[in-house]
Ligand binder design. Structure first.
Ligand code: CA
Length: 224
């Protein structure tokens, strides 16, 4: 799950990025509306957290432009503007929720989970394959009743592979799912995560196949 934060208050932006990263999301943070507009065109996000008072392009304009080409991504507005008029205006422009500053990070996290859950459409955020199930919102994988002890990066790799079960997933795609889109990472790290994941999903009836030069595929074990 990738989240874009648009917030020009550096302390708040950093706190949000830290908190959401700890929860296992891939998080990008930009500090003005023009950069948010660009990021929303360049990459695919699962959620946008949007401040209203922003340099260059304000939050309302970012939202207006976004909704012209993407009606799908959930948007959570953060604002110090408490008037009912601002809330109504934001929601009318296509925001899904509205949080007035100051707020607690716990509340923000709860709203993020709710929006991501709703964003999945079906109301069921679980993906199941063979004996393995994965809750895409709570970020918990289990084999039968047993919860797997996965790091946030291993979790992100598993999610990306599960979403394309039986199909090849490139290392580039895995890197995108794990890291912020503007960060440079080597592919060696991906190999390490896949290696660990293979061991941890033993007993799931699934295995990760390596397709040299192309990527990985999560598949049912032939003799499971
Ligand atoms: Ca602001």
């Amino acid at each position: 799950m990738r989240i874009l934060i648009t917030e020009d208050d550096a302390a708040l932006g950093e706190a949000l990025r830290f908190s959401l990263t700890q929860s296992g999301y891939a998080v990008d943070w930009v500090e003005n509306g023009a950069l948010a507009d660009k990021a929303l065109h360049d990459a695919v996000f699962d959620l946008l957290i949007l401040d209203l008072g922003l340099p260059q392009l304000d939050g309302y304009d970012v939202l207006k432009r976004l909704r012209k080409h993407d009606g799908r991504i959930p948007v959570l507005i953060l604002s110090g503007r408490e008037s009912a008029g601002d809330k109504v205006h934001g929601l009318d422009l296509g925001a899904d929720d509205y949080l007035v500053k100051p707020f607690s990070l716990d509340e923000l996290q709860a709203r993020v989970r709710a929006l991501l859950r709703r964003g999945k459409g079906s109301g069921n955020p679980k993906i199941s394959a063979a004996n393995l199930s994965f809750d895409t919102v709570d970020r918990i994988a289990s084999i039968g009743e047993r919860t797997l002890d996965l790091s946030m990066h291993e979790t992100a790799v598993l999610e990306a592979l599960l979403k394309r079960l039986g199909k090849v997933v490139s290392k580039e795609h895995l890197v995108e799912q794990i890291y912020s889109y503007d960060r440079d990472v080597g592919y060696n790290a991906i190999e390490v995560y896949v290696h660990r994941l293979r061991k941890k999903i033993e007993g799931s009836g699934l295995s990760v196949r390596t397709l040299y030069g192309r990527g990985y595929a999560l598949e049912p074990r032939a003799s499971a």
